[in-house]
Design a protein around this ligand. Structure first.
Ligand SMILES: Nc1ncnc2c1ncn2[C@@H]1O[C@H](COP(=O)(O)OP(=O)(O)O)[C@@H](O)[C@H]1O
Ligand SMILES: [Mg+2]
Length: 399
């Protein structure tokens, strides 16, 4: 049976790729854990043309995906390959390299998986970023505050923490003594944005700027992603496009989707935080697609096949969308039974719990601690802001 695209990893948000493959009439082979493959077989049996399983106990590690992806590629000879999230992109890039398939490229992929490598290569070409130092052990640092400590290859803000002043330092250094090499960065103040782009042969074809709200220091858990479309943010979008083009070039990225995070200080100074050559998480694919009237999932499949996706000309008009995450703002918060209260808010088109109902949670330390999400779509920015406020109120949380 012929296979069009080998999907390395699929996850919950990978459903979008399987749905898009169905719309495009593509046959897909999937590398996933046995439990996830069961779900995919049941729901997407018509699309699934090959499968290989990954050991769930090792699935957080890039290395676990490499062997199964190589084996499935050998058996199915796909015409394209796509890595889903962080642990999947290296295996996908190795398959692409070995079989001569399109993709971001091994250089971009390897660099994107390591924040310290990004600092070196962005620094070499003058891309603005926080001053940083790679340290084997925090006790060896002479710190300047405020600073941020982070692992080299994390995601979802896990292990990222701000240290505001000297008094807090000894505790952090002791607590993280066994963490291995860490990156210690200057704290970049300012508003936070992400930039998403479809890249073909090294050139951005479609770009989007997303304004982001996080819980702020110390843990910076992401609470709101709002694709930007207002005239007032035009300059920031242009700024994102310029920074993004520089990063794509520094990464020598070829084909696929890139997701960049940066901060913009009140004095206009930008600081690139990180870039990833993969599907952005947190429903960004869904809200960005809906905002611009573009099918990002289908576009990524086509890019993986070396084809040029159709990009909307903007005539349809921008929709003001957002992915909102609801998190506890105090300890002892009980996760509700469902998200019916969110669905009742006008503009909410999808919602769901991210924790078991009845569980008692506190303020989040990483993305995995958030309680629920709601995706919104409104005709104006003012209506969106109102709906975000209303959704938070309906859930009984400020966060
Ligand atoms: N140097 C920094 N200055 C200011 N904020 C930072 C810095 N580094 C990280 N952050 C904050 O922490 C969040 C998570 O850090 P990031 O490097 O993006 O790690 P992850 O891969 O876990 O998303 C960022 O979105 C940002 O809010
Ligand atoms: Mg990040």
């Amino acid at each position: 049976m012929s296979v069009d695209v080998l999907l390395v990893g699929s996850g919950n948000m990978g459903r979008g790729y399987l749905e898009a493959a169905r719309r495009l009439g593509l046959r897909v082979a999937v590398v996933e854990t046995p439990a996830r493959l069961d779900v995919i077989r049941a729901e997407f049996g018509d699309v699934l043309a090959g499968q290989e399983s990954v050991d769930p106990a090792a699935a957080d590690h890039d290395e676990a995906w490499v062997g199964p992806a190589a084996e499935l590629a050998r058996c199915t000879a796909p015409r394209g390959v796509l890595g889903f999230s962080e642990p999947h992109v290296l295996a996908a890039a190795l398959v692409a390299e070995a079989h001569g398939l399109p993709g971001p490229g091994l250089y971009a992929t390897q660099v994107s998986r390591n924040k310290a490598l990004q600092r070196v290569l962005y620094g070499a070409v003058g891309i603005p970023q926080p001053a940083s130092r790679l340290v084997p052990d925090l006790s060896e640092v002479t710190p300047r505050f405020p600073l941020v400590v982070k692992p080299l290859s994390g995601s979802g803000s896990s292990g990222v923490e701000q240290v505001p002043h000297k008094a807090a330092w000894a505790d952090v250094a002791a607590r993280r003594a066994g963490d291995g090499p860490l990156l210690v960065e200057e704290y970049a103040a300012g508003d936070e944005f992400s930039w998403e782009a479809l890249v073909r042969r090294g050139c951005p074809l479609f770009t989007n700027l997303t304004a982001k709200t996080t819980t702020g220091p110390p843990a910076f858990v992401e609470l709101l992603h709002r694709p930007s479309g207002s005239a007032a943010e035009r300059e920031i979008r242009d700024r994102g496009d310029r920074l993004g083009a520089e990063v794509v070039s520094a990464l020598r990225m070829r084909d696929g989707m890139v997701h960049l995070e940066f901060r913009l200080a009140p004095d206009g100074r930008a600081a690139v935080l990180e870039a990833a050559v993969r599907t952005p998480g947190d429903f960004l694919m869904d809200v960005v697609s809906q905002a611009h009237g573009v099918d990002l999932y289908a576009a990524c499949l086509l890019l993986a096949l070396g084809r040029e996706p159709e990009i909307p000309d903007g005539e349809r008009g921008f929709r003001h969308t957002a992915a909102l995450f609801l998190a506890a703002d105090r300890p002892g918060t009980v996760v509700p039974d469902d998200t019916a209260a969110l669905d009742a808010v006008p503009g909410v088109f999808r919602s769901g719990l991210r924790q078991d109902p009845g569980r008692v949670v506190g303020p989040p330390e990483s993305s995995a601690d958030r309680m629920a999400f709601a995706l919104l779509d409104l005709p104006t920015e003012a209506a969106l802001r109102e709906a975000v406020w209303e959704t938070r109120r309906a859930f009984g949380t400020a966060g």
